[in-house]
Write a protein that binds this ligand. Structure first.
Ligand SMILES: Cc1cc2nc3c(=O)[nH]c(=O)nc-3n(C[C@H](O)[C@H](O)[C@H](O)COP(=O)(O)OP(=O)(O)OC[C@H]3O[C@@H](n4cnc5c(N)ncnc54)[C@H](O)[C@@H]3O)c2cc1C
Length: 413
């Protein structure tokens, strides 16, 4: 039976970073990707922090960067806005297709191999150890470690009877590329909150310049397609910006918000990226955290291969290490997600007003940590204004949380 020391299921960004890390240690690694081309279809906005990219050591070619962002405007349900501005870019908007292809090139340069158009149908198991994969067409491939980067579908994990993402903590997202956006600043992203707009999450306009941009939303409830059209045509703030827009490449995809709450290793198996919910529960961003964990997965897989020990004990170091790096951040963001989910529209309005009154934009203008939000909050809370804003958020949502009513967005929209 053909074999690789390590098999990676899925050529998403997390899978390719894991594969590159393994290959750099001189270990054979093969990626299986069900689509014929890496990076397509794309469904992601590609909005990532510069700090996160730098922390990962990712120096991207210019053509991958579609826009540089210096500001964000947050719109409350009744149209009240609060904005944050920086003197220099704090985030990039990436072309996800080119980003994924860049990661693939660097994984291949390190020695990783890829088979595209090949779907993995199940994990091969011997006793309770994962020892490889079955491919569509009955072919089998053995390995010492399988790294599962199958994304949010978690089909293989379900089939194998392993723990999977909590569907009640998944939001359904939809996004289109649009032409003809008006009345926006080209270096400012705009986020729109409210139960009518996007229950349980938010809608976004991410400009790319010259009236082009990415417009989308995610929601815990309702039909995302209907919500998106309602947002474009009826939202009092958005309709002036989007009334002349034409759409292309409308795609839908779920975002897992379990915040790392599932087991991410089994004998012979490591789980990375969306499949492990390495995604910020506050914003749905999975690129920086997913890649952070994927690097660790690659390192632990390499150790397991070199020591010929892919037992649960050896692979458990993966979970220990990613928890050390991003566990606290995910715990805080899980809690923030619970608080946000408990806010009704009026409370969102009041919170944004309060943030503006406290001039939180001034307080946070030097704060560029957008991924490690736990660390950022604990740093920022030392400032009396941030402390007051957070206290307000906490006090407003506490009754709902204490009475387990922390899901007001699930009421009818
Ligand atoms: C609308 C939307 C907007 C988003 N915007 C942002 C954003 O601005 N910033 C951000 O950081 N994150 C964003 N995200 C989240 C981000 O897209 C994901 O977190 C990220 O793509 C996860 O990467 P991954 O490698 O874990 O999985 P994926 O990118 O989902 O890759 C999984 C890969 O596995 C392949 N695969 C699956 N099953 C099999 C199989 N059985 N055999 C072979 N191959 C298989 C798939 O084809 C796919 O290529 C957004 C998500 C959505 C839906």
């Amino acid at each position: 039976m053909p074999r690789s020391d390590v098999i990676v299921v899925g050529a998403g960004p997390a899978g390719m970073v894991a594969a590159k890390t393994v290959a750099e240690k001189g270990i054979s690694v093969t990626i299986f990707e069900e689509h014929s081309e890496v990076g397509t279809p794309t469904h992601c906005t590609g909005h990532v922090s510069l700090k996160g990219l730098r922390r990962l050591g990712l120096d991207l070619p210019k053509n991958v960067i579609e826009n540089k962002i210096t500001s964000a405007i947050f719109h409350s349900p009744s149209g009240f806005s609060f904005s944050m501005s920086y003197s220099t870019p704090v985030t990039y908007v990436l072309n996800r297709q080119l980003f994924d292809q860049t990661l693939l090139r660097s994984a291949m340069k390190a020695g990783a191999e890829i088979s595209t158009g090949v779907s993995v149908t199940s994990f091969l198991k011997k006793n309770s150890q994962v020892v490889g994969v079955s491919l569509k067409g009955e072919e089998k491939r053995v390995s010492q470690v399988v790294i599962d980067d199958e994304g949010v579908s978690s089909t293989l994990l379900k089939r194998a009877g392993f723990e999977t993402l909590d569907p009640s903590k998944t939001v359904n997202a939809i996004q289109a590329e649009v032409d003809g956006i008006q009345n926006v600043d080209e270096s400012t992203v705009e986020l729109f909150f409210g139960r009518k707009t996007a229950p349980g999450f938010y809608a976004w306009i991410v400009p790319l310049g010259d009236g082009i941009g990415k417009v989308g939303l995610a929601a815990a409830k309702g039909n995302p397609h209907d919500l998106l059209f309602r947002f474009i045509n009826e939202n009092s703030e958005a309709k002036h910006k989007l009334k002349r827009c034409s759409m292309r490449n409308l795609t839908g995809h779920p975002i897992p918000l379990s915040g790392g709450g599932i087991k991410s290793f089994y004998p012979g198996l490591l789980i990375v990226g969306d499949a492990a919910s390495h995604v910020k529960p506050t914003t749905g961003g999975g690129i920086i955290l997913g890649l952070t964990a994927a690097k660790i997965a690659g390192e632990i897989a390499a150790i397991a291969v070199k020591s010929e020990d892919s037992s649960a004990r050896t692979l458990s170091h993966y979970e220990r290490r990613w928890k050390k790096e991003i566990g606290f951040e995910l715990t805080v963001m899980n809690y923030l997600r619970r608080l946000f989910d408990s806010l009704g529209d009026k409370q969102y309005d009041a919170l944004f007003r309060y943030c503006r009154l406290l001039q939180l934009n001034e307080t946070l203008k030097n704060e560029r940590e957008l991924d490690f939000q736990g660390t950022m909050l604990f740093r920022a809370i030392k400032n009396p204004r941030t402390f007051l804003a957070l206290s307000y958020l906490f006090m407003t949502t506490l009754p709902a949380i204490l009475t387990s009513r922390g899901d007001v967005y699930r009421e009818d929209v």
